[in-house]
Design a protein around this ligand. Structure first.
Ligand code: SAJ
Length: 457
């Protein structure tokens, strides 16, 4: 019987022990899903606090299903969390690597965490087993690096053990449901690896799409880069609309009525740990030989948007005759996107820092953020806006969409301003209530000072 058939039989019988390395939102969802499917799963993390919190069912991700599944499987004894120092590759039949892969200051991929796991692999630990890389990596990592590590153990990859790439495609806000719902790409180093690892993921994902390793690696990066480039394009459209006196949301609505156009939403820039980094992974191979412009330019455009948003805020204050160092600004949202408390690479944080440097007094409200940001975070919208000259929306949390501007205005200073970088409020409503209104991509021909934005004066 072939090694792959044995592996598939063990998958079907749920007799495999799975190790998941890295217990961030990707790792914990992976561990929970396989435990729920009936496998014995041990999750490992280098951060002992993370291990302790998960062991006590304290999961910081606000997804009820994930919390419930983790709790159920801990209680059933199918799921454990341990310190990474306890990890021995020899004790598991399948090792799933879900560790972070950042870029360094020069935007070069840093695979140190992935390499540290591979260094622990040896001949005894790998025979007839599967190594599944989940972390985002530059194209060719499996064939140019991982395969060679396995070969050094004198095993034949794809014959005596399985090696595959299974990129995650899950949103940090609801990782567990996206894990099971979204189609999963499985790219093996050869056909046996693809078949073996696909059989494993077929037990937990609604759909598995089989391919080869390098296609899966590039596809993962292409998905996030496509999104980054699309957003950069609408951000450029915003600048064009501001200059032309048009409203970009109307332009997008019209363009998207074409059946083959799907423009994303503009904003104060792109944040989070994925879109801000993955395009650089695509560009990491410097032997491409042809100048690659679009991807790098999109990154620059999206980074520029936070500078642009800060400029709109300062111009708005100036137009209202308010000196920067005598102004108070209320910031709604610090997270990089709606529904999460994650501030990694958040454009809101960059904008906050620029405003602080300018001597502007800030108060910040974000119901999802756990950090007190040196005392700038307050507990309610009312507290945030009270006495402020300008209300700035930086994250499109659903909680902000229900804000009654009529109730907010009397709490603010005379001649209050709104700068809405996420189009949470209806500009017409804000103007009707009596705010001066500014928004990214909101240009009005007759604006008094900016030439791009309209003030009710
Ligand atoms: N954003 C916009 N305009 C939009 C959409 C998003 O400005 O129209 C901004 C968001 O506000 C945020 C940033 O982009 O600052 C990134 O947000 P996101 O919703 O695109 O996603 P992430 O980074 O949380 O997750 C992405 C997802 N990839 C895709 O949708 C193609 C997710 O499926 C991936 O699993 C994840 O990256 C990852 O881990 O790679």
């Amino acid at each position: 019987m072939k090694v792959v058939d044995d592996f598939v039989r063990e998958v079907e019988a749920r007799t495999l022990d799975i190790s998941v390395i890295g217990l961030g939102y990707v790792g914990i969802s992976t561990a929970a899903a396989f435990a729920e499917s009936g496998f014995r799963v041990t999750g490992y993390d280098i951060d002992d606090e993370t291990v302790s919190m998960i062991s006590h069912n304290q999961i910081l991700i606000e997804e009820p299903d994930l919390k419930m599944v983790v709790k159920r499987n801990f209680e059933a004894g199918r799921l454990k969390a341990e310190s990474y120092s306890e990890f021995e590759a020899v004790g598991s039949d399948c090792i799933m690597i879900c560790v972070q892969t950042p870029v360094n200051n020069e935007k070069i991929p840093d695979l140190a965490f992935v390499e540290a796991v591979f260094e622990k692999l040896n001949n005894a630990s790998l025979r007839r087993k599967a190594v599944v890389l989940v972390s985002t990596v530059p194209p060719g990592t499996l064939s140019n690096y991982a395969k060679h590590v396995v070969e050094k153990t004198h095993l034949k990859p794809d014959e005596e053990m399985f090696l595959a790439y299974a990129p995650e495609r899950i949103s940090p806000g609801n990782p567990f449901s996206e894990f099971t719902r979204n189609p999963r790409l499985i790219g093996g180093i050869g056909p046996n690896s693809t078949a073996a690892v696909a059989s494993l993921f077929e037990t937990v994902c609604r759909k598995v799409v089989k391919t080869d390793a390098v296609s899966a690696e590039i596809s993962k990066l292409a998905e996030n880069t496509y999104r980054d480039v699309n957003i950069a394009f609408v951000n450029e459209l915003s600048l064009i609309c501001e200059a032309a006196g048009a409203d970009v949301t109307e332009v997008i609505r019209l363009a998207n009525s074409h059946p083959r156009v799907a423009l994303h939403r503009p904003g104060p820039g792109v944040g989070g740990p994925c879109l801000t980094k993955d395009p650089y992974f695509l560009l990491a191979n410097n032997s491409i030989g042809q100048e690659i412009d679009v991807i790098a330019t999109a990154r620059r455009t999206n980074d520029f948007m936070s500078v642009h948003a800060a400029k709109i805020i300062m111009n708005a204050l100036e137009s209202a005759g308010i000196k920067k160092n005598q102004s108070a600004v209320a910031l709604l949202g610090m997270a990089y996107k709606a529904g999460v408390g994650d501030m990694r690479c958040s454009p809101a944080v960059r904008i906050k820092d620029v405003l602080l440097t300018e001597g502007i007094v800030l108060r910040i409200y974000d119901p999802y953020v756990r950090d007190d940001l040196n005392g700038l975070i307050v507990d309610s919208i009312e507290e945030c806006v009270r006495g402020a000259d300008c209300l700035v929306v930086l994250t499109d949390h659903l909680d902000f969409k229900g804000i009654n501007l009529g109730k907010v205005k009397p709490l603010m200073n005379r001649r209050p301003i709104i700068v809405d970088t996420r189009r949470v409020f209806d500009p017409q409503e804000a103007l009707r209530v009596g705010f001066s209104y500014y928004g990214i991509g909101y240009g009005m021909k007759n604006s008094p000072r900016l030439g791009t934005n309209f003030s009710s004066g």
